[in-house]
Ligand binder design. Structure first.
Ligand code: PGA
Length: 267
């Protein structure tokens, strides 16, 4: 099979940070910092809080950065107090939605069965899902990380045909490495990404396995990012704290742009 280099991804989830005013400042500070970088070769996204989405859609409209939601409901509308739907995210200008983030699982009781329904809704409404996968520290200690990742993939993507799976972004975020002191070690990340790609190939076919982007997240910063995104099966970085400022995100984008050139993923 002919292999086409995958477009690399640089994205940041702001979590509960950056209100609308801060969002406008961030976008204004980011634009000149990205101006000299080959961003056309990359997929860039920021995931602001819901109340900042309209400001983000306006502020980022002229540049290369797309916006997305940090979560959403599986239904289009209805009696779901406190929730936001895929059509609402689309109306607000989103192209992406993150699903199954570790903080959703850990603090809000989210399950991969619910995520399966959310993935359906995302595709139904033209949102690219960023599906988070990751083992806990206990899973890692018990040497069952790949089995756990396989179960998460199987459940979340159960309803998807290969061509949909190929369009998703998979975010490998070991749950013990999020908000931690250090990212996972490159050789560990390399093994998990290879395992995830093999699982996708086995279940949805080699073409989907080859095409799907698998990004790494969990305590990525400007120091450790280059070694991680240089790995063969790592197709980008998903960053929290280190990209909550425009300066921080610009540094990450620069690292990913450099990797795109090295990997031949830039046009
Ligand atoms: P972190 O967050 O980079 O601050 O560890 C990553 C994430 O939650 O996706």
């Amino acid at each position: 099979m002919m292999t086409v280099p995958r477009r690399l991804v640089a994205g940041t989830g702001w979590k509960m940070n950056n209100d609308a005013a801060a969002t406008r400042r961030y976008a204004a500070e980011l634009a000149p910092r990205l101006a000299g970088l080959p961003t056309a070769a990359l997929d860039l996204y920021v995931l602001p809080p819901f109340t900042s989405l309209h400001a983000a859609a306006e502020a980022f409209a002229a540049g290369p950065v797309a916006i997305g939601g940090q979560n959403m409901h599986w239904d289009d509308a209805g009696a779901w107090t406190g929730e936001v739907s895929a059509p609402m995210l689309r109306e607000a200008g989103c192209r992406y939605v993150a699903l199954a983030h570790s903080e959703r699982l850990a603090h809000f009781g989210e399950t991969y069965e619910a995520v399966r329904r959310k993935i359906n809704a995302a595709f139904r409404h033209g949102l690219t899902p960023i599906l988070c996968l990751g083992e806990t520290a206990e899973d890692r200690a018990a040497d069952r990380a790949d089995a756990v990742l396989g179960g998460q993939l199987e459940t979340a993507l159960a309803d998807q045909p290969p061509e949909r799976v190929a369009e998703a972004i998979l975010a490998y975020e070991p749950r013990w490495a999020i908000g931690a002191a250090a990212a996972a070690a490159p050789d560990y990340v390399s093994a998990r990404h290879a395992a995830i790609r093999a699982l996708v190939s086995r279940r949805w076919g080699a073409a989907a396995g080859q095409a799907v982007r698998i990004v790494y997240g969990g305590s990525v910063d400007a120091e450790n990012g280059a070694a991680l995104v240089a790995l063969a099966d790592v197709d980008g970085l998903f960053v929290g704290r280190a990209a909550w400022t425009a300066q921080g995100f610009a540094a990450i984008v620069a690292i990913v742009a450099q990797a795109a050139m090295t990997k031949g993923a830039a046009p």
